[in-house]
Design a protein around this ligand. Structure first.
Ligand SMILES: Cc1ncc(COP(=O)(O)O)c(C=O)c1O
Length: 402
């Protein structure tokens, strides 16, 4: 069941593979972060990259969230979902002229610049358009987020931001530039961060810079701590929103400047499950058992990309002795494995399994490899469900081709 709604009933109508999301889970996760920071001026800019399906973005907007867009496409999706441009922060390495032009022309709230060169390009474009772009510089504090290397972004070996020791000079040298208004400072040291310490240290570095800039006559309107708050994929103890706030608030209070947060995973991660059907089972003489699903790395790339762990459960567990299973997808890649050596009840062809905690970085990372149409997404809310993205068809796929 998902919040009182039968998963079997959803699948009977909408098929597999399918993403099923709980609106309740999204509300609860958003509210937990909002409450944790309630005593301090803050704005939550939900990171659309985690899941940008329109209905999810609209739901977050209805809760009072603002938006963090990581591309021109995400800015447009945020606008379609009803966000005013001023409610959007535009982040991300490698913004094109077209993306910057659209962001400046539409009046995006803040552009988080990734380099001195990008600041100069923004200034040039904004000045030529007779605009003033509100910007924050993303700093790289050289802090180990202690997450998976592929989603750690705050080390000096990573491509993100400007080295912290250069940041003050970059602001100083550009404070008179026409077309720029320095609104804030930005940091994002990685995703799926599971302890408070790296987040606290990043806040310390950022607030210290903000105070130095104040001394330099560059008063800021906000400090942007990025996202990164982890979720418990494996059931191990996890930093809570309250613990996160308790770690960073004393730092923030040193400057008293409003804070911007860009959580993605912590808001939508737990809300989603990828439901798939067993299409084949195999037993090797060495005892290894495989359950082959009709979903794979094309629907959920995280296990193949980062070796990430997702709990896998049968939708209707059979009451018989459990044994070890490798739960795999149908793609011709040996990395197309959702879970190895999982202790599960017997699985048979046609059984349904749910891959849990796939609300973030799941559907958004899906691909059409092997000409597999994108899976549909449904949202369960208050006892009923609705399709929020229909299943892609082969005709949808071929519509782009001659
Ligand atoms: C700049 C920025 N902000 C926010 C996020 C959201 O991160 P998370 O989903 O870990 O909260 C990301 C994701 O990596 C990011 O790159």
């Amino acid at each position: 069941m998902c919040d009182g709604v039968s998963v079997r009933a959803i699948v009977a109508e909408a098929g597999t593979p399918i993403y099923i999301y709980s609106a309740r889970a999204i509300r609860e996760a958003y509210t937990a972060i909002d409450r944790a920071f309630a005593g301090y001026p803050h704005a939550i800019h939900y990171a659309l990259k985690a899941n940008s399906t329109l209905a999810i973005v609209r739901l977050l907007r209805s809760l009072g969230s603002r938006a963090d867009a990581n591309s021109g496409g995400e800015i447009r999706v945020a606008q379609r979902a009803g966000f005013e441009p001023r409610e959007i922060v535009f982040t991300g390495v490698g913004k094109t002229y077209e993306e910057l032009e659209h962001a400046i022309a539409s009046g995006v709230g803040t552009i988080n610049a990734e380099s001195a060169g990008e600041l100069d390009r923004i200034a040039g474009l904004a000045h030529a358009m007779g605009r003033e772009a509100r910007v924050a510089l993303r700093v790289n504090p050289d802090i180990d987020a202690k997450s998976h290397p592929n989603i750690s972004t705050g080390l000096k070996t990573n491509k993100f931001g400007v080295p912290i020791e250069e940041a003050r000079a970059i602001y100083r040298e550009r404070r008179q530039l026409k077309g720029l208004r320095f609104a804030g400072v930005h940091v994002h040291i990685g995703s799926q961060i599971t302890t408070a310490d790296p987040l606290r240290r990043a806040a310390t570095v950022l607030v210290t810079l903000a105070l130095e800039l104040r001394d330099d006559g560059v008063p800021l309107e906000h400090v942007d701590l990025g996202g990164g708050l982890g979720i418990a994929y494996e059931g191990r103890p996890m930093i809570t929103a309250d613990e996160y706030a308790a770690a960073v608030l004393p730092e923030l209070k040193r400057a008293g400047i409003p804070v911007v947060l860009e959580p993605g995973r912590a808001i939508v991660g737990h809300s989603g499950a990828l439901v798939a059907r067993v299409v084949d089972t195999k037993r090797y003489p060495n005892g290894r058992q495989f359950a082959v699903l009709d979903a794979g790395m094309t629907e959920l790339m995280r296990p193949a990309l980062y070796g990430s762990f997702h709990r896998i459960i049968p939708v209707s567990p059979r009451s018989a002795e459990e044994s070890s299973w490798d739960v795999v997808g149908p793609i011709c890649e040996s990395s197309d494995v959702f879970g190895r050596d999982r202790i599960l009840p017997p699985l048979e062809v046609d059984d349904l399994v749910a891959v849990l905690d796939t609300g973030a970085y799941g559907a958004v990372m899906a691909s059409n490899y092997n000409r597999r149409p994108l899976a549909p997404e449904v949202l369960v809310d208050q006892g009923s469900w609705a399709t929020i993205r229909r299943r892609q068809t082969i005709d949808d796929l071929l519509a782009l081709e001659q």
